[in-house]
Design a protein around this ligand. Structure first.
Ligand SMILES: [Zn+2]
Length: 107
């Protein structure tokens, strides 16, 4: 089954942001203590992560059942990179189905 959507994986993005910040802290304290070329190369390589680079959270969802009076929402998602996943099924009864029709109400 193909995914309904490929979303940004929030865990992969957060981990990349944390790694970026950790490298920033290292480079701040390393200035002058490592060769200048190495320091500059590491600064250049340590770009802030772009959220679009982490579109790896495959979502599958289906909404059905309105004709029965109960709408079922099935959702599943997983990131193949970090293993983050979520799945659930919720059912919602449509309110007002049994409300009697009164004179003047639309039919
Ligand atoms: Zn992930």
């Amino acid at each position: 089954m193909s995914a309904s959507n490929i979303a940004v994986c929030p865990r992969c993005l957060l981990r990349a942001q944390d790694a970026h910040q950790a490298e920033v802290k290292v480079l701040v304290t390393a200035y002058g203590t490592i060769p200048a070329e190495e320091w500059a190369a590491r600064v250049h390589a340590n770009r802030p992560p772009e959220p679009r680079q982490f579109r790896m959270f495959a979502e599958y969802y289906e909404i059905s059942g309105a004709e029965t009076g109960t709408v079922t929402v099935d959702y599943g998602a997983k990131c193949e990179t970090c293993g983050l996943e979520l799945s659930f099924r919720n059912k919602y009864r449509i309110p007002g189905i049994d409300t009697p029709v009164r004179r003047g109400d639309p039919s």
